[in-house]
Design a protein around this ligand. Structure first.
Ligand code: AMP
Length: 213
């Protein structure tokens, strides 16, 4: 059973969601993705969802406090262990997460390091199954039946912000904001870097070693 909180860091499409699902199954983690929480608000048509839809569609960042509040409302750190995916996105969010959520809890920040150019092709070919959480790639991991999830049979979704123009902007935003996040966790002695350009099962193996260490 896992004891440390995990912060997964990496560019869009670097495999955070795919790897998180392995850790959920094997170590009993709860996967908390701020992107999923925001998309769920949009799907429910809440006031918050309406406020953030245009920002997400353009590939820009929602303001720090809005995402922090949503995260806090969905988090029970006293009783559960989490994989934080998609938060923090900048240095300020790293500080907010520590001050308002983690508050000194044992934490590892794992950075999925890889070349951003390859990711654009990977993301534009990504298809997701919102209910089962399975993630497919039309080139490298196509579903058995076109457009359907192998596990749940539900229709696969091409995320609106997974088009090339938005993806390029998301990559630029990532490049501009990740430095201080890495500096923050490095200075806390919590940062582990993984080469995420390797095949997915090798990344899973390394990740499990890091978690068990
Ligand atoms: P993701 O699913 O992590 O790729 O996030 C999709 C989109 O949700 C991002 O491009 C942002 O618009 C928004 N988003 C997710 N997490 C955050 C965050 N921590 N801060 C600001 N915006 C976020």
């Amino acid at each position: 059973m896992a004891r440390e909180q995990i912060v997964l860091l990496g560019a869009p499409g670097s495999g955070k969601g795919t790897q998180a699902s392995h850790l959920v199954k094997e170590f009993g983690y709860n996967h908390l993705s701020t992107g999923d929480l925001l998309r769920s608000e949009i799907a429910k048509g809440t006031e918050l969802g309406q406020k953030v839809q245009g920002i997400i569609d353009a590939g820009n960042l929602v303001d720090d406090m809005t995402v922090l509040e949503l995260l806090k409302a969905n988090c029970d750190l006293e009783n559960k262990v989490y994989i934080f995916d998609g938060f923090p996105r900048n240095g300020e969010q790293a500080k907010l997460l520590e001050e308002h959520v983690l508050k000194g809890a044992a934490t590892k920040a794992i950075y999925f390091d890889m070349d951003l150019e390859h990711l654009i092709e990977r993301i534009t070919n990504r298809r997701v199954a919102p209910k089962s959480g399975e993630i497919y790639n039309l080139l490298t991991r196509p579903p058995k039946v076109e457009g359907k999830c192998d596990v749940s049979g539900e229709d696969l979704v091409h995320r609106k912000d997974d088009n090339e123009e938005t993806v390029r902007n998301r990559m630029n935003v990532f490049r501009d904001t990740i430095g201080p996040v890495l500096d923050f966790y490095e200075s806390q002695g919590q940062l582990v870097r993984l080469d995420a350009s390797r095949p997915s099962d090798e990344v899973t193996k390394s990740l499990k070693e890091v978690i068990s260490a």
